[in-house]
Design a protein around this ligand. Structure first.
Ligand code: MD6
Ligand code: FE
Length: 225
């Protein structure tokens, strides 16, 4: 059995307590868990509403001087930030200096269950980057490499409007797969796929019944020591 088939089988038959669904392999150690977050949407949205009160959405600067079209905030022990000096994880929100809001227990449970369903038992995220997209918002091809422990996977939850996720290779110029992500889908990747380039095409305005003209993405990481 290949690793991809193994991931698929685990998702269907071995993930204890995981809701029914399919895993669509994106690579040997990466896949989409279709609809995996649907049962937790209300808790996720309530959590985000509380987090944005404490740590408001902001458009961060990147070192080149541009401002990101994605609006971001964080929860967890560590929060990802970017400014003219570079990218890093901080314990405090640079806007106001307070610690980032804690990771709600429901967020943590969902992230652990998704990781386990994809074959990564024992995932203990300490960071959750929350992205908000509006029509036209895009995210350029990048690698997630600011985390100290690259052995841990990333678990990425999509809510609201659909998006086309770009999934490339380890080299920036490698061919790119296009993956349609919908409300409730969860992408998990790690292992040999952990440093693959990825991004999001500019969003079309296809309003979601509950969330309207926005897409929210939560990505859970192990960022600290
Ligand atoms: C997004 N996601 O889907 C952007 N990174 O809004 C990411 O940049 C990402 O989905 C690492 C792992 C999964 C992801
Ligand atoms: Fe990323």
């Amino acid at each position: 059995m290949t690793r991809a088939e193994d991931l698929h089988t685990r998702g269907l038959f071995e993930a204890e307590g995981a809701p029914p669904g399919t895993i669509e392999p994106l690579g040997p150690c990466a896949g989409v868990l279709r609809g995996f977050a649907l049962a937790e949407v209300d808790a996720l949205l309530a959590g985000i509403a509380a987090i944005e009160q404490a740590a408001p959405w902001r458009h961060m600067q990147v070192p080149g001087g541009h401002t990101m079209s994605v609006a971001m905030t964080n929860c967890g022990t560590w929060g990802w930030t970017s400014d003219a000096q570079g990218y890093r994880y901080t314990r405090e929100d640079p806007l106001g200096g307070a610690p980032w809001p804690a990771l709600p227990a429901t967020f943590l449970r969902l992230a652990r269950a998704a990781a386990q369903a994809a074959g990564f038992a024992g995932f203990a995220p300490d960071a959750c980057l929350i992205n908000r997209y509006r029509p036209g918002t895009r995210l350029g091809l990048h690698q997630d490499r600011d985390e100290r422990d690259l052995a841990a996977p990333i678990v990425s939850v999509s809510l609201g409007m659909p998006a086309t996720f770009l999934f490339g290779g380890l080299k920036r110029r490698d061919p790119v797969q296009r993956v349609a992500l919908r409300h409730g889908d969860v992408v998990v990747w790690g292992g040999e796929d952990r440093l693959r380039h990825h991004g999001v095409l500019p969003l079309a305005d296809v309003p979601h019944p509950a969330l309207g003209s926005q897409r929210l993405n939560l990505s859970f990481r192990r960022a600290g020591p």
